[in-house]
Design a binder for this molecule. Structure first.
Ligand code: HEM
Length: 156
């Protein structure tokens, strides 16, 4: 519900992108109910994450980022969008090992998010050949992540 109100308030950058995101949201809601009950715990914990004091901003290389892919339970899980690193540990059921979006964990996911792809060849920060619509989808993802996850650093 929170996401829907955010979408309504946002100026429509691209009708296609907005339509896609709404369809995705419907899919998401169905999946939450049908497939991923543990997602509910993630959703209720988000406000707690937002209340945490801001972590010290770190500079990571792409290689260092790979170390935060959820394979070591004692470390947080990071995802990078346009070189901004988000701590998504709270959403382990998405990004942790075996999760539906584990492929993004410890990676720069911008291109894949823009293209709504989970293909290995799209897991990168290469944006030069993206269409305006894809860039708009990416912007929507970045807004969502900024609203939901703490920023912990930058990929340098
Ligand atoms: C029919 C296909 C798909 C279904 C049913 C689906 C379903 C879901 C569900 C249930 C969630 C979690 C709900 C939420 O927190 O908002 C979710 C989140 C997500 N989806 Fe999809 N998805 C699909 C395709 C894709 C594809 C192709 C991508 C590739 C970019 C993608 C990227 C994501 C990401 C990154 C999240 C996590 C967002 C977050 O951290 O809050 N999804 N999706």
């Amino acid at each position: 519900m929170k996401d829907i109100s955010l979408n309504l308030r946002k100026p429509s950058t691209s009708r296609l992108s907005t339509l896609f995101n709404r369809l995705h949201l419907v899919n998401q809601m169905l999946e939450v109910v049908i497939k991923y009950p543990s997602v509910k715990a993630d959703l209720t914990n988000h406000s707690a994450a937002l209340l945490l004091p801001p972590s010290a901003m770190a500079e990571l290389t792409a290689n260092e980022l790979r170390g935060y892919d959820g394979s070591d339970d004692s470390k947080p899980i990071y995802v990078s969008i346009r070189s901004t690193v988000f701590d998504v540990t709270n959403a382990k059921s998405f990004y942790g090992p075996g999760g539906p979006y584990a492929v993004f964990a410890g990676r720069e996911a911008s291109r894949a998010l823009a293209k709504m792809s989970k293909s290995e060849e799209d897991i990168s920060g290469e944006l030069d050949d993206l269409t305006e619509k894809e860039l708009s989808v990416l912007q929507d993802w970045e807004n969502k992540f900024r609203a939901k996850y703490p920023v912990v650093g930058r990929v340098v």
